[in-house]
Design a protein. Structure first.
Lengths: 609, 91
């Protein structure tokens, strides 16, 4: 019986032509699926130096080999493209049901190329793919869009779509499915640039696995392990709504555009306080954790606001960034971001950047459409969310991301643009969690906490070894480990949290074999090498785009200004040895001193470029 | 009987920066109680004030494997190595 390597659909929006192909077995062995397929095909399909928002860019939407098959927390989906925010390789991951639905059509991924001459959406069934008119939903928010598509095609329909943010080419606009988003990097703007409003799939459960019976048995084993895991039980209870309790106490909760590591008044935004506003829970396809905590505001300025969230990063994006402690404002801002289709992290950081420029007098009320951008003003913050998505007034500038906005503003504003490779930082202060910080600096997609999450820094994780969170070049091995580890986990596009629930690598590897019929996929050493191969090919993509050592840097603030942690440990910390870190990191990776994968390394990984 | 407990960095401010402690006990709970005897400031960091149970967001690993679901009642042997882990993760 032949290996089940997966099929993909290619759609050209310029011509309307669609084709279907199968993935070769060698590609499945070397890249497994998900993120591996994403970079393998993006590297081969995309010409160097194309405009990310031009007709020549391509967008891949992928599921993983386990999607839809009954495994827990393994049906997420991924968007892979060249980012309009960073100008480099990008992958962004989303939840809900779309990954499973795509699998039910018989496809593991879609390659979307070209540009439609008017707003369209794709409607995919097992019978084929049609390009449909989207005039009625262009301009609508993501909630209305998905409701309309369900009305058109029936309740067995699931979608990914963009909101006004993507249509307006906000460089950090998201792709939304249900109320879950592939938030980071501006993948929504790539859809918008192609006049593609949505991809809708109408399907019922249909699977093609190499060994269905073996997979079903493994799914039972996985459930037994996961349901008994303490990390799972905690995640089911709280999601990530309590993470700020920890990071704030440790002085790594960024406040006022990364000037402080601890927020005064944090007792108002603890997980326990958010729980008082919780009204329900939502989850992704076949995930019993249901970690999306729904919150509703019943009184006050934001009465009526409701969101499937906010989770940790979004709580921080709309508290620490502007130094506000209004839970209600975070719920309102989260709802707006999901409706309008923009990334909460980059939105919060762009607003924080504007607040600091206002404090410094670089921006004035004349520039801000009359808004008073003073720390603590949450009403101005919520107003800016709308302006960014619609590119109104100062929102048009902030929609470019902090790096481009600073370049346009000048007047020394570059010093306050907190980003790596153009992407704004998430909610872990690099000076107090340096392994995480160096992960940002060297990441293939810019400042992402999910691209090599360093649980060793602040949560005491002991695999592969514990770390000192203030150490620098001594932890280069951990950054490499975390990045490669994440890469092979994401070949299955399994939930990042679920990777720690006791079933990876053993049951995961066996599931891959049952799904694909390729025995090597059960071997952890093989998977680790797959992760390294993926990471190197993504790096090679970026090198082809002109990236190198110069771009592997934390923001100047982290290298020159001591961190103020108020009452937490780590006062005065600064990143002192970035160069030494990079030397060590490149050496461990087998790259040149300029950060370029060596011919020897590429050969060892079987990469012919 | 001697057991080693590795103190994670987030708890070291309450152990005067001590990173590794030797404790006595036949179970995880007894070992943690001995640790608290040595470093009293740790008690509220490890245990819920009302219930006396280990905080829900903490787990103890014995020889790199979770003590859950036995938790504090998990037996330990001479020479075992314990790690205290925060099971909250961000994202």
């Amino acid at each position: 019986m032949a290996a089940n390597t997966g099929r993909f659909l290619k759609v050209n929006l310029s011509t309307g032509k669609t084709t279907t192909e199968s993935v070769p077995e060698q590609v499945a062995t070397d890249f497994v699926g998900g993120r591996g397929y994403g970079i393998r095909y993006l590297y081969d399909e995309l010409a160097p130096n194309v405009d990310p928002l031009g007709e020549d860019n391509k967008l891949l939407l992928l599921n993983g080999p386990l999607a839809g098959a009954g495994a827990l927390a393994s049906s997420r989906w991924m968007a892979v493209t060249k980012s309009p925010l960073t100008g480099g390789y990008f992958r962004s991951v989303g939840g809900a049901d779309f990954g499973a639905w795509l699998k039910f059509t018989g496809y593991e991924f879609i390659i979307i190329e070209g540009k439609a001459n008017k707003p369209v959406y794709l409607h995919i069934t097992r019978e084929g793919c049609r390009v449909e008119d989207a005039a009625e939903i262009w301009g609508q928010d993501t909630r209305v869009t998905q409701e309309w598509l369900t009305q058109q095609h029936g309740r067995n329909t699931r979608c990914v779509c963009i909101g006004p943010g993507g249509e307006n080419l906000v460089r950090y606009s998201a792709i939304v499915s249900g109320r879950r988003t592939a938030g980071r990097g501006g993948t929504g703007a790539v859809m918008g640039s192609k006049n593609l409003k949505a991809v809708a799939i109408t399907a019922t459960r249909h699977l093609q696995l190499f060994d269905q019976a073996a997979f079903a048995q493994l799914a039972k084993e996985q459930a037994a392990v996961v349901l008994n895991n303490k990390g799972f039980q905690n995640h089911k209870e709280w999601g990530t709504t309590r993470t700020q309790n920890v990071t704030n106490a440790l002085g790594v909760y960024p406040v006022q555009n990364f000037r402080y590591g601890q927020q005064i008044g944090c007792e108002k935004i603890t997980g326990e306080e958010y729980r008082k506003l919780r009204t329900g829970k939502f989850g992704c396809y076949t995930c019993p954790a249901k970690c999306g905590m729904a919150h509703v505001v019943k009184t006050g300025t934001y009465a009526g606001a409701s969101s499937e969230g906010p989770e940790y990063e979004t709580i921080w994006a709309f508290t620490g960034n502007t130094d506000t402690t209004s839970r209600e404002a975070t719920i309102a801002a989260d709802e707006l971001c999901d409706d309008l289709g923009i990334d909460t992290i980059s939105t919060g950081c762009s607003i924080s950047f504007a607040y600091e420029l206002y404090e410094k007098g670089i921006l004035t009320k004349k520039d801000t459409d009359g808004l008073e951008l003073k720390w603590g003003n949450h009403e101005a913050m919520v107003a800016l969310v709308k302006k960014i998505a619609r590119r109104e007034g100062i929102g048009d500038l902030l929609a470019e991301g902090v790096a481009r906005a600073a370049a346009k503003i000048g007047k020394g504003s570059e010093a306050y643009a907190i980003h790596v490779k153009g992407m704004e930082l998430p909610a872990y202060e690099p000076r107090g969690a340096k392994t995480q910080g160096f992960n940002y600096a060297t990441s293939n997609i810019g400042a992402s906490h999910c691209f090599g999450y360093s649980g060793q820094d602040i949560f005491g994780a002991i695999v592969p070894r514990p770390s000192d969170r203030f150490a620098e070049e001594e932890n280069a091995d951990l950054v490499v480990y975390n990045q490669d580890h994440t890469a092979w986990h994401e070949t299955g596009i399994i939930c990042a949290f679920a990777g720690g629930w006791g079933w990876v690598p053993d049951i995961f590897g066996k599931m891959l074999v049952a799904a694909r019929g390729i025995d090597q996929l059960a071997d952890e050493d093989h998977l680790q090498k797959v992760g390294e191969r993926i990471y190197n090919l993504e790096r090679a993509f970026n090198v082809r785009e002109g990236f190198g050592r110069e771009q592997d840097t934390l923001p100047k603030r982290m290298l020159t200004e001591p961190l103020h942690t108020r009452k937490a440990p780590g006062e005065g910390q600064i990143v002192r040895h970035q160069d030494e870190f990079l030397d060590r990191y490149y050496q461990l990776r087998g790259w040149t001193k300029e950060g370029i994968p060596s011919a020897k390394k590429l050969k060892a990984l079987g990469l012919k470029l | 009987m001697s057991v080693t407990i590795n103190i994670p960095q987030f708890l070291q401010p309450d152990t005067d920066e001590v990173k590794v402690a030797k404790v006595d006990g036949g179970t995880v709970g007894e070992c943690l109680n001995d640790l608290v005897q040595q470093f009293p400031q740790l008690k509220p960091q490890l245990f819920n004030n009302k219930s006396g149970k280990l905080h829900g967001y903490l787990d103890v690993f014995v020889n790199k494997k979770s003590a859950h679901p036995e938790g504090l009642g998990r037996p330990v042997a001479n020479g075992d190595e314990l790690h205290i882990i925060n099971i909250i993760v961000g994202g």
